[in-house]
Design a protein. Structure first.
Ligand code: ADP
Length: 543
């Protein structure tokens, strides 16, 4: 027997329609790239998104066409999110922090037909334009005053002119909810960047589940600032979940430094903000140096990399709760959050801190498990660690334009995350490594992340990376590569002794090497592959 309820496709346009109808007066505040603060409402954003939708149709954008954006967190980017997917095209957010040749590869691979970009990226566009084979229209997301001179209309179109010259009379069309809506490429730490193609259904379901109190807790009572860029996995879905819930939205533009972020938090009374650990380290340092207190902020969501213990403690001193978020581009991105359970309510500060150092438990819709190298499921006892696999309605099924069956998927339909983790009986997952970074010593695994977390706790250490180096007896043993803080000094023996009592003895690195810097990707992630290459000829002291 079938249910007898209305059938309505889950479309992204329903989010902006809802925000316009029931939260029309709620503010959206952006730090404008032209300078100053731009202020309007969800109601006005919806009107301009409809004008832009008409403009896109005028440029010949049709169903399935990819429209690229190279833009920061700002109101025009928000309008583009809704207008592009609303006309059944695909909003392809491009990460400008990648190397120019990767950006060219991504735009050509996606076959973007229109490219919309912020003022900041004018020089980049001028540089790469000759290599872009599919783009027919370039749109500068600014006003006429900021168009490059001499103005030539067929070279670069002006966003504000496009919006102003089109009516807002437009009905968001209805279509199949499985239609593609967004495209985001992984950063490509291994091989070429791969495209993840989100659907309307996956995006709306992800917005619903990630809004829940145990997920990101998005509400009309909140003022939310995504510091995570909108070119990075849809700003963790916040541009969608804030519309769904009618939250006040604060978009920090290109100035993501501590002074500007602190000022926005204070002036707009931001209650929740989301971003990678580096951002919060920067902000906390700024507060400490200038004796500032964070007042309105109640919660920060930290993801993309593990949140260090000291950050959790320092935020708590400001009265700010930290929630760790684990996710991936392939997961839209939300997978787990570290929200405590009822029975954790009496945990003391230290135990609560330990809880938040785990990446968290699955939000509804996401299933997780760990398996050994043979694919056999491992117990959720908080001790066994293995390859982390996930499944769910907003988890990638196949990379964009990849013809062959996905090697990242198991025969029974799970996605291999490439992370190694434990899962405890309460369901809290803790990342111990990336699959390719785990150190295999005598048939046992050693977590490079645990070693690094301990090493950066040493007062002289600025950055640390642990890698497995071939060993005649144990297959591999851990080598610690360390960058010291400016002006600091520490001997090898002192650094090795620092592990004493903190981990099982056999986990202790066999050697520490001090270097001036560690290799990073364009997005600032540690490049372990490069590091392993750099130490290919390394020999153990005793060997
Ligand atoms: P992101 O854009 O969030 O970095 P990517 O898809 O580029 O997403 O990278 C995802 C990877 O980042 C994960 O597989 C994991 O290794 C790492 N990661 C994400 N969140 C966390 C976290 N909270 N703690 C530790 N590692 C994380």
């Amino acid at each position: 027997m079938r249910g007898q309820m209305m059938e309505q496709p889950l479309l992204i346009s329903s989010l902006i329609r809802h925000a316009e109808a029931y939260h029309g007066d709620t503010a959206i505040v952006s730090r404008a790239l032209e300078g100053g603060i731009h202020r309007y409402t969800w109601g006005e954003a919806a009107v301009r998104a409809r004008q832009l939708a008409n403009a896109l149709l005028g440029l010949g954008v049709g169903p399935g066409d990819r429209v690229g954006t190279l833009a920061w967190n700002g109101y025009r980017h928000l309008e583009a999110y809704y207008a592009i997917s609303g006309v059944e095209a695909v909003c392809h957010t491009i990460n400008p922090r990648l190397f120019a040749e990767q950006i060219v590869y991504i735009i050509n691979h996606a076959e973007d037909r229109v490219l919309m970009f912020d003022l900041t990226f004018l020089p980049l566009i001028a540089q790469i334009r000759p290599q872009l084979t599919t783009v027919r229209h370039f749109v500068l997301m600014s006003d006429r005053e900021h168009l490059p001179r001499p103005v030539s209309n067929d070279e670069v179109l002006c966003y504000e002119d496009l919006v102003a010259s089109h009516s807002d009379s437009f009905e968001w069309p209805a279509f199949d909810e499985d239609t593609a809506a967004g495209l985001c490429y992984t950063s490509g730490t291994t091989g070429s960047p791969k495209g993840v193609l989100y659907s309307h259904r996956s995006t709306v379901l992800h917005a619903l589940a990630s809004s829940l109190p145990d997920s990101l807790h998005v509400s009309a009572e909140s003022c939310i600032m995504p510091v995570v860029p909108m070119f990075h996995v849809n700003g963790w879905g916040l541009p969608y979940s804030c519309a769904m819930n009618g939250a006040k939205l604060v978009l920090p533009g290109a100035k993501m430094d501590a002074v500007n972020l602190f000022e926005l938090i204070e002036s707009e009374e931001v209650t929740m903000a989301a971003g990678v650990p580096t951002i919060w380290l920067m902000l906390l340092q700024h507060c400490e140096q200038n004796h500032l207190r964070i007042r309105s902020l109640k919660r920060v969501i930290v993801g993309g990399a593990a949140a260090p213990e000291s950050m959790i403690e320092q935020l708590a001193e400001h009265g700010v709760e930290l929630r760790q978020l684990w996710g991936m581009t392939e997961l839209s991105p939300c997978g787990t959050t570290s929200t405590p359970k009822f029975h954790h309510r009496d945990l003391d500060r230290e135990a609560m801190c330990r809880l938040h150092m785990r990446q968290g438990r699955p939000i509804y819709g996401v299933d997780i498990r760990i398996v050994d190298d043979g694919g056999l499921p491992l117990p959720h006892d908080g001790k066994a660690f293995g390859n982390l696999q996930v499944r769910g309605p907003w988890v990638l099924a196949q990379y964009f334009r990849q013809e062959a069956a996905s090697p990242a998927h198991t025969a029974d339909g799970w996605f291999n995350t490439g992370d190694v983790s434990t899962i405890d009986p309460d369901g809290y997952m803790k990342i111990t490594d990336r699959t390719k970074d785990v150190i295999k010593s005598g048939g046992e695994w050693i977590s490079s992340i645990d070693l690094e977390n301990i090493m950066v706790g040493h007062p002289a250490v600025a950055e640390a990376a642990a890698i497995g180096i071939e060993h005649p007896k144990w297959d591999e043993r851990p080598l610690m590569v360390v960058v010291l803080k400016p002006g600091a000094a520490a001997a090898r023996e002192e650094l090795l002794a620092f592990f004493g009592g903190k981990i099982a003895k056999w986990w202790t690195p066999d050697d520490v090497v001090i270097v001036n810097e560690l290799p990073h990707t364009a997005t600032g992630k540690l490049q372990k592959m490069r590091l392993r290459e750099m130490f290919r000829d390394y020999r153990w002291p005793q060997a």
